[in-house]
Design a binder for this molecule. Structure first.
Ligand code: PEP
Ligand code: MN
Length: 337
């Protein structure tokens, strides 16, 4: 249920309402907009008497939230969420570009890429340390050594870093280094991991599972939010369909749909969505035009030598040109870059 307070409701009336709901054994989530305050109510399984709530002073009306995701829903939190991360933020008017290699392969490879993407205008540096590979014989990542290199790249460039965490046991180690924890598509419904990243209180980039519906993605976000961690960013990275010319099918309609259903920022990963560097530029532009809050793009100085995802990685020069080409599109949709 959400309780919509009158626009002139006093602080005392809001506090009174919150105390009353909590006294019934429910949890409250306050959303203070410019116009009015909304109190989100997570029930305790027992029915709540809506009319009784509506009779309290300062209340305009109480409405049942029918969707299974509550904290992630726009009803609970009408304003867009802006996620602050070490000096930058994701969501709101400015777009966020995350870029870097699929995997951290060596100090030279990472630092060269980090400097190039920073100069091209990226805001966050990506790089996999623990890689969730389809084959156990493929490169699995450099582990903690990669985390140390990412931290070094952060101090050289000033860019916050994002890296994937693939199991709950690794959350303490990865949070020692990373500014944003990435939950990969293969782990979107690893509920133990969702609980652990929720408890960490770190910003989390949650990727849509390969065969997940938008509702399943939002329910996964709900796990993280239920720990009081409100810094969740959703990522559309393509879903599996019958089409084989592309690695996945980029579901661009997920961008406006998720933004309608939820207040959380939504970014797009055109690299994993297409699997082909030649398609990354056009899909990046389309994603921004569709209302995405940012992009996560794989960049490698020598894609032909990459230990993972070379075929979908842009060279630094093309990445720089892409960022430039996004500027007029950002402006056309009322965003800044
Ligand atoms: C990645 O970002 O390198 C990655 C493995 O992505 P996804 O989880 O979307 O496949
Ligand atoms: Mn990759």
């Amino acid at each position: 249920m959400i309780v919509i307070m009158k626009h002139d409701a006093t602080t005392a009336q809001i506090a009174n309402m919150t105390a009353r709901i909590e006294g019934m054994g429910c949890t409250t989530h306050l959303s203070q907009g410019e116009e009015r305050t909304i109190i989100g109510v997570i029930g305790n399984g027992r029915p709540i008497d809506r009319e009784q709530i509506e009779r309290m002073s300062g209340v305009e009306r109480a409405v049942a939230v029918l969707r299974p995701f509550k904290l992630a829903s726009r009803e609970f939190h009408p304003q867009d969420t802006v996620v602050p991360i070490n000096g930058i933020s994701i969501g709101g008017k400015p777009l966020t570009i995350i870029a870097g290699p699929c995997s951290v392969e060596s100090r030279a490879q990472l630092l060269e890429t980090a400097e190039a993407v920073q100069q091209a205008g990226a805001h966050v540096l990506r790089g996999g340390a623990f890689k969730p590979r389809t084959s156990p014989y493929s490169f699995q990542g450099l582990g903690e050594e990669a985390l140390r290199l990412l931290a070094e790249a952060r101090s050289l460039t000033g860019l916050p870093i994002i890296t994937e965490v693939i199991s709950p046991e690794l959350v303490p180690l990865v949070t020692t280094y990373a500014d944003i924890l990435q939950v990969g598509a293969r782990n979107m419904q690893n509920f133990a991991l969702l609980h652990a990243v929720g408890e960490s209180q770190r910003p989390v980039l949650l990727k849509r599972g390969m065969m997940a519906t938008m509702e399943e993605l939002l329910m996964a976000a709900e796990y993280i939010l239920s720990h009081g961690n409100q810094r969740v960013i959703l990522c559309e990275r393509g879903i599996r369909t019958f089409e084989n010319y592309t690695r996945n099918t980029l579901d661009l309609s997920a961008v406006p749909m998720l933004k309608q259903l939820s207040h959380l920022p939504v970014i797009v990963d055109p690299s994993h969505a297409t699997g082909k560097w030649e398609l990354v530029e056009s899909m990046s532009r389309a994603a921004i035009a569709a209302g995405a809050d940012g992009l996560i793009i794989e960049v490698h100085p020598r894609p032909e030598e990459a230990l993972s995802d070379g075929a979908q990685s842009l060279k630094p020069g093309r990445f720089a040109a892409l960022v430039e080409s996004l500027k007029p599109i950002a402006e056309a949709v009322g965003r800044t870059l």
